[in-house]
Design a protein around this ligand. Sequence first.
Ligand SMILES: [Zn+2]
Length: 326
Amino acid sequence: MNHLNRCKQIKESQRTYRHNFICDWCWASKSVELLNYADFATNAFWRTTICSKSEPSASPWREVFGFSRDRQCWDCMHLVHLGFLRDITASCLADMFQTGDLADYVNLAPGASAALVFWRVGALAEQWAKQNQLDLGAVRLTEERLNYTQTTYPCLDSLVKAARGRVLFEYVCKICLDVERNLPADRPASDIYHSQLRASMCWCLSACLSIWSKGKKPKLSQQEKEKSVWLGRSHLVCYAALAAGALAQHQLLYKVRPKCHYFEHALDECALWGNNPLSQSSFLDEDNMKSLRNLAVKCHPRTVKVTWARRYILKKVLLWHKLKAE
Ligand SMILES: [Zn+2]
């Protein structure tokens, strides 16, 4: 699994998200314009520099016997759910607040404060999640939680966990679609285009993640693969366009992180092998860590190491017998 922080430590690579050349799969760069990692066009130059197994400049992992490209999987949970999904959620809310559309959507006066508008959005999101039997918990959106400071890029804080962050994004996606549908026709053409672009960006990612979530595992069907890859790539192109527009207007919105670039590689891998990226994500590992912790809590502190291991092995043996019986 490609947990980026651990990968950086294990590989000791000079091509990570902290370096100028951000990717050990290709020569995408933060500062070389020709190799701009935020270029998601099909003819982006970095695509011509993707390493093959035989290249001497490739990752040190390639020296390990048995290593091949298909053994390295991108972790969708850390890339998307705990990665740029937080930027998208917070940026969309901040963007719609600045244009006044968000206050209008939650039935508040145009001059309502950011704190009040975000609080109302959080309350409506909780209500919507309950109606749709989704687990969002008490989200309580605030300016701090969205990192809405005018001097930094908005980003949802890490207290909102992966699964709940996905539910909140779904609600934000709904707001973007509703705002786009109900935008008065007398608004400037640039506003309408911007709103359409934002709604498309959110909807494409939401639809892509839904296909992976409901689709076959570990390999997607041909139709699921083609649809989700197209949606994922469309999402990135729309997101890059929104980021470029915000940059041109000197707005701190829609940050393009290296994780967006890695997501493009994950889509390429999905298109090539048909693996369902969600079946390769760390969601199951995190669930396993939770069950291991629950097991350890039930052991006596003095004998925890031995008792824990014994119980864990017993649990695995019983599970194995159950699977064989089925
Ligand atoms: Zn790359």
